[in-house]
Design a protein around this ligand. Sequence first.
Ligand code: FES
Ligand SMILES: [Fe+2]
Length: 416
Amino acid sequence: MKVIATDVNDNVARMKEMVAEQQKKSGVAADPYFYRSHVTYEQELSNIIFKSWLYAGHISQVPNNGDYFLMDIGEDSIIVSRDQNGEIQSQHNICRHRGARVCEEPSGNRKTFVCPYHGWVYNTDGSLKAARHMDALEGFDCSDYNLKKVKVNVYKGMIFINCDINAEEFLPSLQKLDIPFSGYHMENAKIAQKKTYKVDANWKLVLENYLECYHCATSHRQYAKMHTLKDLACNTDSLNQAMHERSAEATGIDGVANEVWAIYDDAPHFGGCVYTSRYALYDGFKTGSQDGQPVAPLMGDFKGYDGGVGDYQMGPLTFMLNYPDHCVLYRFVPRGLTETDMEIIWFVNGDAEEGADYNPEKVSWLWHHTTLEDEFIIMRNSAGVNSRFFEPGPYHPEFEEISMQFVAWYLDALAR
Ligand code: FES
Ligand SMILES: [Fe+2]
């Protein structure tokens, strides 16, 4: 469903009424209105997306001074760069003269960003270095026209950005994950594979699908063979308990299975969700690969396999699944009312060598195929949800509990 007809009677007051109506129906999936309304999408960008901490990239993408990459959010483009002093910087890719994009190449190395329109020159930290002939304008001062800043926090090599310059720092929240995260050495990790899946569906449908595993048994046969999350907790308690008992010794990392739960309404601050827990794979499986067997050398300090996988959330739209031999990062970014970029990055240990130690196709096999299956069901979900005849049904109380928490948080954020 690519194009949704504009409802000319839609407005912010109507959206607020719809939010109030939906808030009375806890436990029921959201009304089609929230997936169809252009007014709502605009409000989501202002109230949620541009006020949340989002994963932008990994420091290995900008190893040298002057290295940069672009990140697209909605209709916007953000520059993430390492400036000439070695600091990670982020700014809006919008010239302060008359608004042209100052950089078009998705990544590269630059001494300066030169606007292609009238040639204003910006340093890699975003400061305006020169503006052709603008000395003709009395009082013109370059320092008044630096590129607009985006906030940056770097955690274990992962670069997070927030377009709300007054947002609370994310680092203190992320540091709650320090103990279970410590063994992976993410700051030295290497990107083995990176893929962007462009899904023709509203970002909330893509996210809600990620937040529940009710669909895993029916949609993901290969994943469900290995991962106990596809079943109710009462059926997997003993497997999880056994994994928890052996995890510290088997991996060599104390606290690798520690749990942290502070997401959505329980997050330390708006857009600063943090969560982790470790769940079991079925007996005989060691990692998330085509056959459940290792596909890369162990990460960081890991000494062995415990038959577990670390589930992480960092901010409202970034997730990780961390196996002892590789880590998989998921990021969802809205690109329009019915377009979402689902980006997946597969990390291996920093000194692993492609070809000798790992094959990128094997490392990414399981989650690439699982994501194609997700794409397939999300598109069908989108087609049905966008029908005026769709009447939302009840969420499953256990499997879809986090989807419910997300929707409650989302409605509050929309109404603010
Ligand atoms: S718009 Fe960039 S120099 Fe004019
Ligand atoms: Fe899925």
